[in-house]
Design a binder for this molecule. Structure first.
Ligand code: WTA
Length: 661
């Protein structure tokens, strides 16, 4: 069946923008797209400066758009002053947007709460005033460990309002991961909830904060604020910990924004790299917000009447740019969803689109693939059973979308009439880098098409020479752009080494492979070129998982690789050498495997749990002791080894590792 569908998909199948869509689009037709690119090519800095002046509200205008005197530590608009929260909220007051719905929140259980821009502004101000009363202000760091909620957005916006640098930690990360982030960023404030509710289950959050503190290294934290999501009894340390409602009680709904330099860090967000511990990606205020907002206008073609829904959690960059900042700066009405797509059943997304008349829907391929699978076994959850006529644009993010999933999304969710924007970008890029503009770009399933105007993307070889179209290479960005990562928190050397290797002569190294189509020049992302996996759209470093495994008392050695997976994109496979004897029967192996999976869940978070654990007396190594991961990748896929294994010291080990117990 899959083969039959595949054969329908000729690679050059093209979906031009529907005429009525193109007619009213912000960027209409390829001529307009090329004109924007030409303007940027002619005067890169002037292009961005013009948009920065037009799109953002400046307290003090900038006089210098780009300072590249200390490359790659670029500064954009740095003598200009603004406030991100004022640009998301105050700018709408006194306009028709003031009384427009900003957020439609739907809880896991289905209750709906809405706030207007005026109400959101007031809530942000009250919370910010509360933080101020505790002595917090510009430059302090706050860890936000909250569920998807209006409160999550309020907390981020309130920090931005005061110049507090926030670092959101995804609620699915463990106490250990939380502790590492608190420590690395030197947080003086933690904002959390008693519990989060997902898929009908309550999952503790505050107890994880307590656990993180118990691990030590969190002495910088002065206060913990607890949003009572469920009202569950949680321990509160007197003097240090207060509830959200205690904090905002009696606070004024006016809080003047703290104007900061455009270069003031807006947030630090931790993401996985190929080596060592997660890196704290530091973003600026002005440049970041500019690109987040501009992509709302160009990529999402946002109109005042749209209802926008990005399903990403605020714990990821997508939830920063396309929940907490972009949509608000653009004055959109957006849906924020607490739960999961599979609860109470797999029609949840379709029901919510119909219920809230969502017109722009942005989600991850992994969710689409899971929902395709679900509706194959339960027809009642098929999207065509629901009224999705409000949709006019679909988006995809986080991982490559395979052409079959693209076609299914286009046909069954988009009714064949909605363009799909397959947006390629990264935590480090801040916003879209390669993406269709829906009123202009003819779409090809499986391709993220062409660069966002003003982002100089190219495919090059290892020394920075441009590859001809049709030949694969590595993806780079040749010129600085406003929303780019500024540095890695506390580790400027790692920033330089990771993203600006000397052999690329100042190009930004994205870490992905790519190829451009021979005729169209369209980009297709071919996957990471480093040891980073993409599991359900979540970035995971293989080294991180390996370090977690070897920290277990049973484990002598471990190697982690990815294997293609129909639903999650990639799945984690761990090869483990135990300190004791290797389990040889299925029951014993399953028992140890479960113990190790749970361990990884505790060390990092459930998303990092290996799908499969295999045991060997050793790992395949070269004579110099290097683990041959490429062989492990072949074994993990269940394929036969055809590569040369002559450099292998212990070839017999391969047979052992091939065994699935
Ligand atoms: C992958 C998520 C193909 C890529 C916004 C990138 C994609 C990593 C796409 C960044 C896409 C993201 N097509 N691959 N449309 N979007 N990726 O930092 O490997 O969580 O480097 O940012 O996801 O993941 P991150």
């Amino acid at each position: 069946m899959a083969g039959a569908i595949e054969s329908l998909l000729v690679e050059d199948r093209i979906f031009p923008p529907p005429q009525d869509f193109a007619r009213q689009a912000a960027v209409s037709g390829m001529d307009q797209y090329h004109a924007l690119c030409a303007q940027a090519a002619e005067d890169h800095v002037g292009f961005w400066a013009r948009h920065a002046r037009e799109q953002l509200q400046w307290h003090k205008p900038f006089t210098r758009a780009l300072d590249d005197s200390n490359a790659p530590f670029y500064k954009w608009f740095d003598d200009g002053e603004l406030n991100a929260s004022a640009n998301c909220l105050d700018r709408h007051l006194g306009t028709p947007t003031e009384n427009k719905t900003a957020i439609i929140f739907e809880s896991d259980g289905g209750e709906v709460t809405s706030v207007t821009y005026r109400e959101l502004h007031d809530r942000v101000c009250r919370f910010a005033n509360g933080l101020k009363s505790l002595g917090y202000g510009k430059g302090d760091r706050a860890i936000i460990y909250l569920p998807m909620s209006i409160e999550g957005v309020v907390a981020m916006q309130a920090c931005a309002r005061l110049g507090i640098i926030h670092s959101v930690v995804f609620g699915g990360f463990s106490a250990k991961s939380l502790q590492e982030r608190i420590h690395d960023v030197g947080a003086s404030l933690v904002i959390t909830a008693d519990e989060q509710v997902r898929g009908g289950k309550s999952i503790p959050l505050k107890p994880a904060v307590d656990e993180a503190f118990a691990m030590g290294g969190c002495d910088t934290v002065r206060k913990v604020i607890v949003y009572q999501r469920t009202g569950a009894a949680v321990s509160m340390v007197e003097g240090r910990e207060i509830t959200w409602s205690q904090l905002v009680d009696g606070q004024s709904s006016e809080c003047p924004p703290e104007y900061v330099s455009a270069e003031h860090p807006l947030f630090v967000l931790y993401t996985s790299g190929s080596t060592g511990k997660p890196k704290g990606v530091q973003h600026s205020t002005g440049g970041y917000l500019l690109h987040a907002l501009l992509s709302m206008r160009w990529t999402f073609d946002l109109k005042p009447t749209d209802v926008f829904w990005c399903t990403a959690d605020i714990g990821w960059v997508t939830g920063h740019s396309y929940v907490a900042y972009g949509p608000l700066a653009a004055g959109a009405t957006q849906v924020v969803f607490e739960g999961v797509p599979s609860y109470p059943d797999s029609s949840r997304f379709w029901r919510m689109i119909a219920r809230h008349k969502v017109s722009i829907f942005y989600t991850a391929p992994t969710a689409i693939r899971a929902l395709i699978k679900a509706c194959e076994s339960d027809r009642a959850t098929h999207p065509t059973q629901f009224d999705l006529s409000s949709l006019r644009l679909l988006g995809s993010v986080g991982e490559p979308i395979n052409p079959e999933a693209w076609m299914w999304y286009h046909t069954n969710v988009g009714g064949g009439r909605c363009p799909i924007v397959d947006t390629f970008w990264q935590t480090e890029t801040g916003a879209h880098v390669v993406t269709p503009l829906p009123g202009a770009t003819p779409l090809v399933p499986g391709s993220c098409t062409l660069p966002f105007p003003g982002v100089d993307v190219a495919v090059v070889d290892e020394t920075g020479g441009e590859m001809p179209n049709g030949q694969g290479g590595i993806l780079v960005i040749r010129k600085p752009w406003p929303a780019m990562i500024r540095t890695i928190w506390n580790d400027p050397n790692r920033f330089k080494q990771s993203y600006f290797p000397p052999e690329l002569h100042g190009f930004y190294l994205a870490g992905d492979g790519a190829v451009r189509n021979k005729q169209t020049g369209y980009f297709t992302i071919t996957g990471r070129i480093d040891d980073v996996l993409n599991v359900s759209g979540h970035r995971m470093g293989t080294m991180e998982i390996e370090s977690a495994l070897v920290a277990n008392k049973l484990v002598a050695e471990a190697a982690v690789v990815g294997r293609p997976d129909d639903v999650t994109g990639e799945a984690i496979v761990a090869f483990v050498v135990l300190k004791g004897v290797r389990p040889t029967d299925a029951a014993a192996a399953a028992k140890v495997a479960k113990e190790l999976r749970d361990w990884v869940g505790k060390e990092i978070g459930p998303i990092a749990k290996p799908k499969e654990v295999r045991f060997g007396d050793n790992l395949p190594k070269t004579r110099s002791g290097k683990i041959m991961r490429r062989l492990l990748r072949v074994i993990a896929r269940g394929e036969d080894i055809t590569q040369d294994v002559s450099t292998l010291e212990n070839p017999a080990i391969l047979e052992q590792l091939k065994q699935v117990l």
